[in-house]
Design a protein around this ligand. Sequence first.
Ligand code: ADE
Ligand code: ZN
Ligand code: ZN
Length: 237
Amino acid sequence: WGKTGHRATGEIAENYLSKKAKKAVNKILNGQGLAFVANYADDIKSDPEFRKYSPWHYVNLAEGETEYNPETANPKGDLYQAIMKCKEVLKSKSATKKEKQFYLKMLVHFVGDLHQPFHVGRGADKGGNDIQVRWYKKGSNLHRVWDSEMLNSYQMSYTELAANSPDLSRKEIKAIEEGELIDWVYESKDLATKLYDSVEIGEKLGYKYMYNYLPTVLEQLQKGGIRLAKILNEIYG
Ligand code: ADE
Ligand code: ZN
Ligand code: ZN
């Protein structure tokens, strides 16, 4: 996602944190909220010291591959490995506060990216980055339409997005929390597969695309927030 999507994910997660998790997160982040730190992983991308984390923002499954295979996964890391690593450090008794702070900020961002379907896209087109389309009157690409074009056109702040995300029943929340990290990877991958098939190269996207898919964007942000909270609630008891 772009900035708004990531901040919304963090803000939504705040609403689902347990008391204990809220306290622990607050301590690690010195009082900064999850929305505030949600774009850290993008902010450090241009710093050579942090360039090695670039592949951690996405996980592309090879053509014809239906299962995540650790043997053929990117040895430089991917979104799945990134989230596993963040969880491991946050659970560790020996990690320093500084390490926990870094990996918590990364986790908030990566759980957001996991719910942008094109971050679990095809490697061949860089998760839709190489699929040029028009967004209203300007040039764009399919990845960017999902990262930011739809949310920018919607013109809602991250706080508005969080405040207006629907109140779900206990049962609906449970259904979203269901499953393991790998199941959420496949869910995004299946969504991306469907979305790839619904556009043509060079297509002009706008109102109709928003009408069809903005609800999916909003649903993905809410799922990301709920699942981020679930991970943190599990870590902090
Ligand atoms: N680069 C290569 N694949 C990508 C993806 N799925 N998302 C973002 N950047 C990428
Ligand atoms: Zn992206
Ligand atoms: Zn990212």
